[in-house]
Design a binder for this molecule. Structure first.
Ligand SMILES: [Zn+2]
Length: 65
């Protein structure tokens, strides 16, 4: 597979799976992005289903403290 050279402009990053599902604006330092990349939407969908979005948010914030 060839690495894509075009279509990846600054400021036009696709939101991570979490932000996409929650319809949030995906910030550059989004806490979800490292855990829920955009190409694995099922991952966040299942976590979101079990724990709920606010709990996931809390859990991740705790990890960063
Ligand atoms: Zn995000």
């Amino acid at each position: 597979m060839k690495e894509s050279t075009g279509g990846r402009k600054q400021g036009a990053i696709s939101p991570c799976a979490a932000c996409k599902l929650l319809r949030r604006r995906c910030a550059q330092d989004c806490v979800f992005a490292p855990y829920f990349p955009a190409d694995e939407p099922q991952k966040f969908a299942s976590v979101h289903k079990v724990f709920g979005a606010s709990n996931v948010n809390k859990m991740l914030q705790v990890r960063f403290q």
